[in-house]
Design a protein around this ligand. Structure first.
Ligand code: ACM
Length: 396
């Protein structure tokens, strides 16, 4: 998964990224096209989505917690013809592009363009990172709008799955929205929390009527999953395991293993060091099923995916740095059996030939010994997390 919403990746760079994916036999590109900070897909019926929603005044510089902004306008979007070209270019290389239109959270750019989609005052396109309380209003207006958007999306993307996102939806606004309260009452819900999966389910039904299946982040499994949904399990393995046991298709992408925006080493030299330390060797040690999982479940584990979020990857060069060579390790792990994996052998092949191939392709990977001087971002605040400590706290 590549996030082109937080920072736009120009089409020529996206095509190059797809070429490098093909070289690694990676066969699905989940393209995160919309978020609070930008809407990147032209929708003919709603031109303000890109006129207004595709750019922001400035961006958080580093972790939003530092409260520093860069003062630089940022934006860009793909025309429908651009996306058709991307889909065709990928298809020639045996790669399916799965678009994501994220609802009902991560939608502030859309609300900035069409304030009637929101629950209150019109916000601008969001300029900071983090989880956002601004969400879509649970209304017929919003549903009708997104049905129309999806009708254009399915015309561009022939993939079996369309992602509706569904991650990180704070309930704050719905708790004080008369519309949301009344919708919950009408549906016989005790509170507004069920509206999250209900809203996604309404749009999943629309996709189903058009012959498409829905992909969602695993939060939707906390409520009701749409029939035939594909679950992308990011909050660890649990959401994916639970979906497999209930007969759903799953793609594993646990945050503590496969988030390639997370820092690659423990040192302070990592540029904008955020998240859990996820070294090349950690990635190579990834298993699509958690240790001890009983493999006899009714659902299908379709694969795994690395997620490349771009809050702190503000250029294609920074995406290369975060992705490679860790994505090379992802490819080897996902196309091999555990008994055939050998980290030392992988390293020898990287150093003996593969890094040279990446270099020849113009991929500005992170050298194994650490960043080049020009890859450092001195003074830009990160936000380091410690997985073991978080587990201990969660366990009480
Ligand atoms: C996610 O990382 N919010 C899917």
């Amino acid at each position: 998964m590549l996030d082109v919403a937080r920072h736009f990746m120009p089409k020529d760079n996206l095509l190059r990224f797809i070429e490098v994916m093909a070289m690694h036999k990676l066969n699905v590109l989940h393209l995160h096209l919309t978020d609070d900070q930008g809407w990147r897909i032209q929708i003919n019926r709603y031109p303000k989505l890109t006129e207004t929603g595709a750019w922001r005044r400035e961006s958080s510089l580093g972790s939003w917690r530092a409260g520093v902004f860069d003062g630089l306008p940022h934006g860009g979007f793909y025309s429908q013809d651009d996306l058709r070209e991307v889909v065709a270019f990928a298809a020639e290389r045996h790669i399916t592009v799965i678009p994501e239109i994220d609802v009902p959270g991560h939608s502030q750019a859309a609300i900035a363009a069409y304030p009637e989609l929101g629950t209150g005052a019109a916000p601008g396109v969001w300029t900071r990172w983090g989880i956002n309380e601004t969400v879509l209003e649970v209304s017929q207006t919003s549903l009708e709008f997104y049905r129309n958007v999806l009708d254009e999306v399915v015309e561009i993307f022939p993939s079996r799955w369309i992602s509706l996102g569904g991650d990180e939806v704070p309930l704050t606004q719905w708790q004080s929205s008369a519309q949301a309260q009344s919708q919950a009452r009408e549906l016989g819900m005790p509170d507004v929390s069920g509206l999250h999966s209900w809203f996604v389910g309404q749009l999943a039904g629309h996709l189903d009527a058009r012959g498409r299946a829905t992909s969602v982040w695993d939060e939707i499994g906390d409520g009701e999953l749409p029939d035939g949904a594909l679950v992308a399990s990011w909050r660890g393995y649990e959401g994916g395991m639970s979906a497999l046991k209930s007969g759903y298709d799953v793609v594993m992408c646990p945050e503590h293993r496969l988030y390639l925006d997370h820092r690659q080493a423990d040192g302070d030299d990592e540029p904008v060091p955020v998240g859990f330390v996820t070294t090349l060797q950690d990635v190579y040690g990834f298993e699509p099923l958690p240790a001890g999982a009983d493999e006899a479940f009714p659902g299908r584990l379709l694969g795994a995916q690395a997620n490349i979020w771009t809050e702190h990857l503000d250029s294609p060069r920074r995406v290369h740095f975060a992705a490679f060579p860790r994505l090379s390790a992802v490819a080897e792990v996902l196309w091999s059996q555990p008994e055939n994996r050998d980290y030392d052998g992988f390293l020898a092949r990287l150093e003996g030939a593969h890094l040279e191939r990446l270099e020849a392709m113009g991929v500005e990977y992170r050298p194994l010994s650490g960043p080049h001087p020009w890859q450092l971002r001195p003074g830009v605040a990160g936000w380091k997390r410690d997985y073991d400590a978080e587990q201990r706290i969660a366990a009480g």
